[in-house]
Design a protein around this ligand. Sequence first.
Ligand code: NAD
Length: 286
Amino acid sequence: MTALVLDGAAIAREVLSELKPRVAVLERKRIRPGLATVLVGNNVASLAYVRNKVRACAEVGVHAEVHELDIDCGEAAIMAEVAALNSNRDIHGIIVQLPLPPGVDAQRVLQSVALEKDVDGFNWCNLGAIVDGHPRLVPCTPLGVITMLERTSVPLEGTHAVVIGRSSIVGKPMALLMISRGATVTVCNSKTPDLGSHTRSADILIAAAGRAKLVTADMVKAGAVVIDVGINRLPDGKLTGDVDYEAVRLKAGAISPVPGGVGRMTVAMLVANTVLAAERAAGVSP
Ligand code: NAD
């Protein structure tokens, strides 16, 4: 069996093109959704991520601006930038690009983003709303995974989903979103003994550990849907996921590639969250 490849790039393009008419409705009210990115320092990976986000915004007519701060500007300067954006009426979404430099309390900065502009969904209130089953702004990567599964008509209700990784921005919200859709969810972490004993019973396996080729073919049930969230850089500079793609695709029923999978969905969901935030600010229903 060769798995169906879940083409994140194609689904992301579909999501972005569906945003255009919503942006047009706002434009008629003289509102242009605006996303501001606070970028501290010049981390090469961060610069590439920010470029992708700006490009995706431009595609659908969302205004995007990048506020670049010096690597040693200090926490107070970052907080001041966020505070100014919180009260800027032309900005509907704010993201603080991670990682922040050592010595800066990243949580304090992230939690200072206004709740209604928190398009990364990292604010504790937005995360808590998912727990309660009433999401407001959902972190882009788990939202991207759910969107990818739903748009590929993968049934979630009644399935056993295994999530590898329990971070607050990927693993935990991912598990909660699956629970709310009726999946039975197992969440594994780096201390889980015998990872394969869990993954082998997964109908849907979501790998978000940040460990290259952690998931091998013997850890996957035949026909399972395998979603690879991981982004790892190999010594030769190439990007790879957490899944041994070439071997697992011969056993899985469906698989998302890296690159061209979840990463593209994440960016599309950020633009979608920004449009949603602008609609809410304008009192327009999506
Ligand atoms: P993190 O380091 O905060 O969390 C990793 C989690 O994986 C931890 O809970 C840890 O316990 C678990 N883990 C690590 N090794 C493990 C192992 N051997 N077995 C089982 N569990 C293990 O990372 P994160 O922010 O959650 O990101 C996870 C991965 O997803 C990274 O590779 C990151 O680059 C990638 N990521 C991708 C996107 C995207 O758009 N595709 C977005 C965010 C993160």
